[in-house]
Design a protein around this ligand. Structure first.
Ligand SMILES: [Zn+2]
Length: 485
């Protein structure tokens, strides 16, 4: 009967030891091996140096002929997997002493194809050494980049690098576009719309806006190697003013771009449809809809094909609620005269559109000053030019003094002209805008179909019971916009 030794290695306090002994004992019995020696190594880490003496001891005992087989549950119990030299050395030493290793979970380990195993080990070693070399070469390259204070890392749209390897300089290829994008975003234009204008994804626009070096002129580069992070400052030419950078980022922070505002309502297909669903039916107080489009391609009665013709647009009762059935009391009228009357209310009205906006207060100026201070602090860490340093320190002092002496005037908001008139908004507006304006006037002033001498027209100013006195007050257009009657 063959004799063997069991080799178990467990982390302190684990229940693993007993289970490893059990597995080894059972496997040894099956192979006809009697375990005459147990090595129990506690404390998992091989780097503690506890296993190396134990293995040397095992090799000596094998040489002496105490036993011939060393059994482990898996080869990782035996060696440091990452130290392939040590692994190969142990395998070879055990074989040289005339012994064998059985790894229960790895039948091939150290066994049938020992030479093959060594070849594999050698290959693994080469691979490990190679990848280590590549890593340290990269690291050396990065350190050269760092020493040159050159650029390393990703850049947003419109930014590129130039120059030789390890000394690349980041620069903005199209400052005009970048400034324009900042301005558009700062004025609440949607990321999607700005993206369309520059053939970029909205996310790329966002990344560009967030890119602080656009105003600081300093890119914080970093590289992490074996847990150590190296950082350095790479100087670039700033593209936008801090105040503009701050305003655009503020818009992103508040999610205030146009695409986020509620446009309301369901999309309506054909133009002039803005009138549809605005007016109330004089017969049943249901909604009046525009009936336009083409006549059917088939005769409803005979089923014969007909040439479709455009209908004369009519305003008809659409009934109430889910029952979309005309009441019958209101027979329907030509739409065009009504459309013309309602359009006329808006199309020539030179009243200013007002927006609820800040009319006093300076807290935003303080924010801008603080953004300017951050820019200087970033540049201070980057510059090595003495004159530049002096200038920056002086500038920093000046801004700090202004911040300290800053007297905050509380923000006051009121309605102030946007520069657009009711007529301009109406004429430039699409269906959704026109519908919104008509609906707003109806809600504020009242807008109703009225019959006079057998002719249907529109009466304005009928809000409330009998058109109250203040019925010609402010029309709230939503989104903080309004106009006064
Ligand atoms: Zn009706």
């Amino acid at each position: 009967m063959a004799l063997g030794a069991g080799f178990v290695r467990v982390s302190t306090g684990s229940q693993d030891e007993a289970s490893q002994i059990k597995v080894i004992t059972a496997d040894a019995a099956r192979r006809g091996i009697t375990i005459v020696r147990w090595f129990r190594l506690h404390g998992y880490s091989a780097s503690h140096g506890t296993q190396e003496p134990a293995l040397r001891e095992a090799i000596a005992e094998i040489e002496r002929g105490d036993y011939s087989t060393l059994m482990v549950t898996e080869s990782s119990r035996l060696d440091r997997r990452e130290d392939l030299d040590a692994q190969a050395e142990i395998l070879l030493a055990i074989r040289a002493a005339g012994g064998d290793i059985i790894s229960i979970s790895e039948p091939q380990f150290g066994q049938t194809d020992f030479a093959g195993r060594i070849v594999t080990l050698a290959a693994q070693y080469m691979n490990a050494a190679k990848s280590k070399e590549v890593k340290s070469n990269t690291y050396r390259g990065i350190m050269m980049i760092r020493d040159n204070k050159a650029h390393h890392g990703p850049l947003p749209a419109f930014w590129a690098t130039k120059g030789v390897r390890y000394a690349k300089q980041a620069w903005c290829e199209n400052p005009g576009a970048v400034v324009d994008i900042y301005k558009r975003v700062a004025s609440n234009e949607s990321l999607a719309a700005v993206g369309r204008a520059y053939d970029l994804y909205p996310n790329s626009i966002k990344n560009l806006i967030r890119f602080a070096p656009n105003h600081t002129g300093v890119i914080e580069c970093s590289y992490t190697h074996e847990g150590q992070t190296e950082t350095w400052a790479h100087q670039v030419e700033a593209v936008v003013e801090s105040a503009l950078w701050w305003r655009a980022n503020k818009v992103l922070d508040a999610n205030l771009t146009e695409s986020r505002t509620n446009k309301g309502g369901r999309p309506v297909a054909s133009p002039a449809n803005w009138i549809s669903g605005i007016l109330d039916c004089p017969g049943c107080a249901g909604k009046i809809f525009l009936n336009a489009g083409m006549t059917p391609a088939k005769d409803a009665r005979t089923g014969k094909p007909r040439v479709p013709k455009p209908r004369t647009p009519k305003l008809r009762c659409g009934g109430q609620g889910k029952r979309r059935v005309a009441c019958g009391a209101f027979k329907g009228i030509d739409a065009q005269p009504i459309v013309d009357v309602v359009s006329g209310i808006f199309a020539n009205d030179t009243t200013d559109i007002l927006a609820f906006q800040r009319v006093a207060g300076n807290a935003h100026e303080l924010d801008e000053l603080q953004a300017g201070l951050r820019k200087i602090q970033a540049r201070l860490s980057a510059t090595e030019d003495d004159d530049e340093l002096d200038r920056l320190v002086a500038e920093r002092k000046r801004i700090k003094a202004r911040i300290e002496g800053f007297v905050i005037v509380a923000d006051r908001y009121d309605y102030a002209p946007t520069g657009q008139t009711v007529a301009e908004m109406w004429n430039a507006g699409d269906d959704a805008v026109k519908r919104g304006m008509a609906r707003a006037v109806k809600a504020s002033w009242g807008l109703a179909l009225a019959e006079r001498d057998g002719q249907w027209g529109v009466s304005v100013g009928t809000a409330g019971e009998a058109g109250s006195a203040d019925s010609m007050g402010i029309v709230d257009l939503g989104n903080g916009l309004c106009f006064r009657g």
